[in-house]
Design a protein around this ligand. Structure first.
Ligand code: NAP
Length: 315
């Protein structure tokens, strides 16, 4: 073990916690019964911080860690990190891009399949013995339908590739038009009006908070299904519940929520909604690859003064 102190602010899997504890003096802020006392005792010596993708790091905590050099996020989304503060205070922020892209795209496709073809319903139908009594209502054909992607980044492109292979048409929106074989629609509202499935794949944070709100849902309309595999904060959840209750939109497939793990109870009763507990990257293989990259960023920084995956805001 070296003599570098690390603060851990999220509950980490054993395959990340054990290697960290083998190489660093780790302080478990997430599980500590008196976090203020812990920070008062070790704050001056902390040089690295490890957090999850969904962890929010307040600037008040960072104020108490004056010698912090690096925040290594176990996840690609870093909307919980105050990046402006980190830039001003020379704190590096790293994340785990690429290694989780395929898994998250798989979940988006699964949500399109489950909402469009009613597979969750169909499974329950067989288990409940309903098949003996009647036929399942018909579902929606997916080939030929259109998918609009908000945020055609790494995950957005992997989703586009998958749904394109299924014979679906792809359009996208984002801050910039890209050199890709998919149709660019400059505004989110126009994209929503134009597609059968609106898939949210952009980062969370202040810039995208509630961009999918009442107007966009109205534009998506009764032909349209919302799929969110990005961040709960991007969708105005109260507006989404209203849109589903009123039949403004056709359905929703959601992996992420505004107040996770709390999910609006109104959604539990709805048959046109599929709910997943934030499982985008939740496979053994991918979580291990994320863990290795999360630790490799710390190791490289403390050994060589370099990192593997600095977030764009700090480049
Ligand atoms: P990425 O490669 O950075 O792609 C993000 C895309 O969003 C870019 O194409 C970007 O395009 C667009 N974008 C950025 N800011 C935007 C804005 N203000 N308005 C509209 N579009 C914007 O990121 P990624 O690796 O694909 O990951 C995307 C997100 O997925 C992550 O940030 C994370 O929150 C989420 N995620 C969820 C799970 C899960 O378990 N469900 C797992 C991993 C990741 P422009 O620059 O052209 O706008």
């Amino acid at each position: 073990m070296n003599d570098i102190d690390i603060l851990i602010t999220a509950s980490l899997p054993k395959f990340l916690r054990d290697p960290l504890e083998a190489d660093y003096r780790c302080h478990d802020y997430a599980a500590h019964h008196d976090r203020d006392a812990l920070v008062a005792r070790v704050g001056q010596s902390i040089r690295g911080l490890v957090q999850g993708g969904g962890t929010v790091t307040p600037t008040a905590l960072l104020d108490a860690l004056p010698n912090l050099e690096i925040i290594s996020v176990f996840g690609v989304g870093y909307d919980g990190v105050p990046t402006s503060y980190c830039r001003e205070h020379d704190i590096l922020v790293t994340n785990t891009p690429d290694v989780l892209t395929d898994d998250v795209a798989d979940v988006a496709v699964a949500l399109i399949l489950m909402t469009g073809r009613n597979f969750v319903h169909a499974d329950r139908f067989v288990r409940d013995g309903e098949w003996m009594k009647r036929s399942l209502p018909l579902a929606t054909k997916l080939s030929g339908k259109s998918v609009g992607i908000l945020g055609l980044g790494r995950i957005g492109k992997a989703i586009a590739k998958r749904v394109d292979a299924m014979g679906m048409r792809v359009a996208y929106t984002g801050r910039t038009r890209q050199d890709v074989p998919y149709r660019y629609v400059p505004t989110l509202e126009a994209l929503a009006a134009d597609v059968d499935f609106l898939v949210v794949a952009c980062p969370g944070g202040p810039a995208t908070r509630h961009v999918v709100g009442e107007k966009v849902l109205a534009a998506l309309g009764s032909k349209g299904t919302l799929v969110n595999i990005a961040r709960g904060s991007i969708v105005d959840e109260a507006a989404l519940v209203r849109a589903l209750e009123r039949g403004t939109i056709k359905g929703a497939g959601l992996d992420v929520f505004e107040m996770e793990p709390q999910v609006p109870e109104a959604l539990f009763e709805m048959d046109n909604v599929v709910l997943l507990p934030h499982v985008g990257s939740a496979t053994h293989e991918t979580r291990k690859a994320m863990a290795d990259l999360c630790k490799a960023n710390l190791d490289r920084w403390f050994a060589e003064g370099q990192v593997l995956t600095l977030v764009p805001e700090l480049q």
